[in-house]
Design a protein. Structure first.
Length: 68
């Protein structure tokens, strides 16, 4: 899938890394994995159409952006 220049710069796998301004929030879901609630938010880039998801898990510093 082609990525726009801003998508190319998204840092994956790091909690708190920023996305970019053209990412539109599509949906989010909450799961409880036993260690706490994890919120996964799905985004679609308005420039390139790339799909991303951001996993917000305060117990996992390696959770963050991943191609969705
Ligand atoms: Zn983009």
């Amino acid at each position: 899938m082609p990525l726009c220049a801003d998508c190319e710069n998204i840092e994956t796998g790091r909690r708190g890394a920023p996305g970019h301004g053209a990412l539109k929030e599509m949906s989010h879901s909450k799961q409880n994995w036993g260690t706490g609630v994890v919120i996964t938010t799905k985004f679609s880039c308005q420039v390139s159409g790339a799909k991303w998801e951001y996993e917000n898990d305060k117990h996992d510093k390696g959770a963050g952006w991943s191609p969705g």
